[in-house]
Design a protein around this ligand. Structure first.
Ligand code: SF4
Length: 355
């Protein structure tokens, strides 16, 4: 449910004098903070990393020439409403445009929230299913949106079973913030809705700070994993939230403790009014290098950039291997050269060419 900024003041999350500023932002972008997330906010801390994710900020009204309403190019690759077919073997299906919280950095902030259709119409949903049925290269369907776990268990179960009934759909992946933002939604019925016989289900949890993995969130995640559903994480690198190696280390360790494999650390997208929350790519690379020095491979996400305009994701983490011979890239792959490889402490070592 979206919030009027006056509710944020009433709940003691922001000072009353900020109300005019918050109202101006709320006219443009949706606002919602669940009780679970609100309970984590320290209103006395102007740098609070949870507040930075959910409480509107006047900086959101500032746009840059690089901002894009559709920063990762969903529209370019959308053959039908609610579908994005960017890569040959997978599609995004967006059955809902509603989220439990509205993140201030959201890359789909122009598409989610009030004023947008809250769900696909029956006919649009049927057309999306027909498209998936007809495209036999589609191996994986990723439910995203909006948050698919905002659907009722009954509706979600129908979607899961419709997809699982398509022979070539082997994987159904659900991207969600619900287990941290509103853990009570992960009921027995919701878990049952996610279990289907004919496809493998994965859940990708979006969280950006270790504090989001509360006891209630951990219990919700455990209900999913205990039901046999494997989980991965996705996080966004955010200035003032997790842009330190200590914050990233704590977050990745928390995921692994919860049996969630760290998967993606996204560089912030060029969504309107989010520049104040972005780091530079160089800062992201330095943080990933520092993280490698502190935690095991199990705790390492892949640092990725969604190329603006819709060209897809590319890994943009630090490079640990350099060819000594600068023209090696133009040679045949079996013509070896000598390499310089960097270890987790930053020391450089030589690796010989194949004789
Ligand atoms: S939960 Fe995801 S889609 Fe929803 S507002 Fe946050 S980032 Fe955007």
């Amino acid at each position: 449910m979206t919030l009027d900024p006056v509710d944020l003041v009433a709940r003691g999350l922001v000072a009353a004098e900020r109300l005019p500023e918050l109202r101006r932002v709320a006219e443009k972008f949706a606002v919602a903070v669940t009780d679970d997330m609100a309970a984590l906010i320290d209103p006395a801390d102007p740098q609070d990393p949870i507040a930075a994710q959910f409480v509107p900020n006047a900086a959101e009204l500032e746009t840059t020439g690089d901002d894009q309403a559709d920063p990762i190019g969903d529209e370019r690759w959308s053959p039908l409403p609610g579908l994005v077919h960017r890569y040959p073997d997978r599609v995004l299906l967006k059955p809902s445009h509603v989220c439990p919280v509205y993140c201030r950095f959201c890359f789909r902030r122009e598409m989610v929230g009030p004023g947008k259709d809250s769900a696909l119409s029956d006919s649009a949903y049927a057309s999306a299913l027909d498209y998936i049925r007809a495209n036999k290269d589609i191996w994986e369907v990723i439910l995203t949106g909006g948050d698919p776990l905002m659907l009722s268990p009954r509706r979600l179960s129908q979607v899961m079973n419709d997809l699982a009934a398509i022979d070539h759909v082997r994987i159904i992946r659900i991207h969600t913030r619900v287990p941290v933002a509103d853990p009570s939604r992960i009921s027995d019925d919701m878990v049952q809705a996610l279990k289907v016989d004919r496809a493998t289900v994965w859940v990708a949890l979006h969280a950006n700070h270790a504090r989001e993995l509360t006891e209630r969130a951990r219990a919700a995640v455990a209900r999913l994993v205990d039901a046999g559903i494997p989980m991965v994480s996705q996080s966004v690198l955010l200035r003032g939230v997790n842009d330190s190696v200590g914050a990233l280390e704590a977050l990745m360790r928390a995921f692994v403790e919860c049996r969630i494999k760290p998967y993606y650390l996204h560089h912030g997208d060029l969504a309107p009014g989010t520049a104040h929350l972005r780091t530079t790519l160089a800062q992201g690379q330095a943080l990933m290098g520092a993280l490698r020095g502190r935690v095991s491979g199990l705790c390492q996400p892949q640092y990725v950039l969604d190329i603006p305009g819709g060209a897809g994701k590319s890994p943009v983490g630090p490079n640990y291997l350099r060819a000594e011979n600068s023209f090696v890239g133009e040679r045949d792959a079996d013509q070896e050269t000598r390499y310089r490889v960097t270890d987790y402490c930053g020391e450089v070592h030589l690796y010989p060419p194949r004789p």
